[in-house]
Design a protein around this ligand. Sequence first.
Ligand code: SF4
Length: 408
Amino acid sequence: MRQRRIETVQSQPQEPAIASPISSAYLHIPFCRRRCFYCDFPIAVVGERRDRTPSQSIAPYLTALTAEITLTAARSTPQPLETVFFGGGTPSLLAPEQIDQLLTALDRTFGLAAGAEIAMEIDPGTFTLAQLQGYQSAGVNRFSLGAQAFQDDLLQTCGRSHSVAEIYEAVEMIRRAQIDNFSLDLISGLPHQTRDHWQNSLEAAIALDPAHLSCYDLVLEPVTPFGKRYRPGETPLPDDDLTADLYRIAQTHLTAAGYDHYEISNYARPGFACRHNRTYWENRPYYAFGMGAASYTDGIRFSRPRTRQAYYDWLAAGAQRPDAPETASDRLLETLMLGLRLREGVNLDRFTPSEQTQIRATLAPYAAQGWVILGADAIALTDPEGFLFSNTILASLFAQFDPDSAPW
Ligand code: SF4
């Protein structure tokens, strides 16, 4: 892998500079071969592209993304990035030269720290061995493969554009490229998914020996085909008891296989937790670039327009962010909501003494129930029961600190 140059660029600020030190960047690559039936992400469908040629619509988007990177760096006090994440969408629909173009732009403007984690989502059936090696040469050193399930009928039910055989082909290429730091994504709670399906998927995933596994529970988004077709907890979706069982089964199987359940949905071999995502869970600031991408800078959370044209128009108009930072209660609740996803939980020194007293009082009944650990310095959810009932626990915290903003 080529070692990238580390540099920072001091540019003339054009509006109030982004002040806090930020060392993580998310880049949204919004292209997919088709739209999966559960997905409401901001993406553009580019067709199957079995010949692996990049879609013509990608190049103008990368030009816009590069412009946003340059503009943001000019408004910031850039420091070398410790983590970069290419998410999507399907970033492996980009040619290695296109990933290189974006990393070069980040390197030129912010700099890339030595040893930075540079992660990329990839989908089965969208890349070749040469492409993977090209991404590595460009600097990518962590790959996350969207497997989702190891049953062809379930993949088809979800509208996924790949087969189980293509998952195995993808992992074979990952092996041949000698990539150790790779993750597999799985989804539980799919329509028609049984306990046996889920166990088999977990066992198949473990047999492939990834360094990391993400296990997400299906969320029914109203605008998606699944959201329109199914109702939570009703056949063919699993009921609440089965959903909880699937969570416990993942926890049992993966921890028995030596994975550390370090976050509510994530498991890793020692040393392979995702550094980029920790930035989110620790409620630290990060840049984001691209349509629909959400950044957190200067206490301001901002989501960019969700279609390409609206994103291009926003960029052409100066890429303005709102200037109202979050309130103290927003920050407190975000810190709790994100931090309690981590097994080690949240350190109480992030809160004032009065907030600590209120948090302890709110969580005391859940501690008695065995769902929460109230330590001297930190609070955490228990694994798996506290994680399973995290929404109930968080609802109480919202009711305590900001009843109007509860997301439930
Ligand atoms: S591949 Fe991922 S981002 Fe693309 S449509 Fe499917 S779930 Fe959504």
